[in-house]
Design a protein around this ligand. Sequence first.
Ligand SMILES: NC(=O)c1ccc[n+]([C@@H]2O[C@H](COP(=O)([O-])OP(=O)(O)OC[C@H]3O[C@@H](n4cnc5c(N)ncnc54)[C@H](OP(=O)(O)O)[C@@H]3O)[C@@H](O)[C@H]2O)c1
Length: 399
Amino acid sequence: MVKPTLVSNTIRAHRERAGLTQAELARTIGVTRQTLIAIEQQKYSPTLELAFQIARAFGVGIDDLCRMTETMPAWTRETYGPAAGTTRTRQPVPQPHRGEVVLRVQATALNAGDVRLLLGDPLLVRPFFGLTRPKNPVRGLDVAGTVVAVGADVVNAELGELVVGELQGGGGLASHARIAADRVVPVPPDVTPEAAACLPIAGGTAWQALDAAGVGLRHRAQRVLVIGASGGVGTFAVQLAALRAAEVWATCGAHNALLLERLGAVRTLDHRTSPLTHLPSSRFDAVIDVAGGVPIRELQRLVRPGGRVVLVTGDGGRVLGPVPRMIRAAVLSLRGPRVVSLAATSRPEILTKLLELVEEGHLVPVIERAYPFDEAVSALAHVEAGHTVGKVVVTQREG
Ligand SMILES: NC(=O)c1ccc[n+]([C@@H]2O[C@H](COP(=O)([O-])OP(=O)(O)OC[C@H]3O[C@@H](n4cnc5c(N)ncnc54)[C@H](OP(=O)(O)O)[C@@H]3O)[C@@H](O)[C@H]2O)c1
């Protein structure tokens, strides 16, 4: 993996043609003016990634700026919008920075979160992920892959090791991905890359939701209702709650009832025909809402005094997303059972426990379909449609 060799004076010529000052271009690509001056004077060679950013700022190809070295296939969408606009391009193979590793990706599991980043929805996410277009045009957050390059100061990952982790902001729908070494954990020999890739966000969120609800932490034999149980988070929440000895009820489409029962639900309710208003009050110790759409007061009514409601869903309005519902949850918690709005984070220690459960056969990632890398757009479109059963994976497994 090598850095690009800049063609003499090219950046300066492009910048002047674009009518940009050094300060403006530096701001656009996220470096200081001094750094940009050093790049233009060829006193400093930018990473290939930075060179790509500069090329994008000018709307030209990378070949116009530097002599190309090593690139990789990636699925990219330069603007916010539906999966259909995602195209196969070539991007620079990422270089590991200090504390990072580069993976040869073997499997990428998609999440509802990938669709939110694809669409830039809600608008609230855009200041963080790119105001007018995505900072990272490659979607895919959960990856399992082989370590092929190791940055300085990495102690927990070795070349050739199969690891799994959650990328920040995307990058998984490419042949290589760069990730902070402290976000990855090794995949046990008996766990496939596809199964491992399902775990970071969906499994980690389900685990953290059950912790937030207090399921299995203090009391055993609790009654738990999982609303929206058939998707990625839901199928893990049902299995993990059952493993924590809870009596699990689940809402799902009628076509997924048998699956949920096999995963450990003692009772399923068709979310299209069985309104929750028909359930008796104080029926549950905890309600985990993965689907949204049910008024918070109704969720509170379903839990016993001292029980908990955990809001997992990211659904909400176009601008603020789930934030108004979170505020309402905090207010209503003052006068009823506590409602916790979950913001799950990357937790490698939980990921390690999930991998152990999969290895022991206690937890089964439900994979509705594994798409080959060439069909990654169809995989994204499938998740975008909102009816995924368990997980959708894009596989690039060697051999
Ligand atoms: N708070 C956090 O930190 C956090 C972390 C991760 C994910 N999330 C959020 O959690 C939600 C689920 O994510 P995911 O990746 O698991 O999504 P997903 O896999 O795309 O979920 C799809 C599933 O949800 C079911 N569903 C949709 N509406 C439903 C309803 N009203 N009642 C019952 N089931 C319903 C669908 O069943 P049908 O086909 O029958 O409609 C489908 O099987 C998303 O809103 C996501 O943004 C939040």
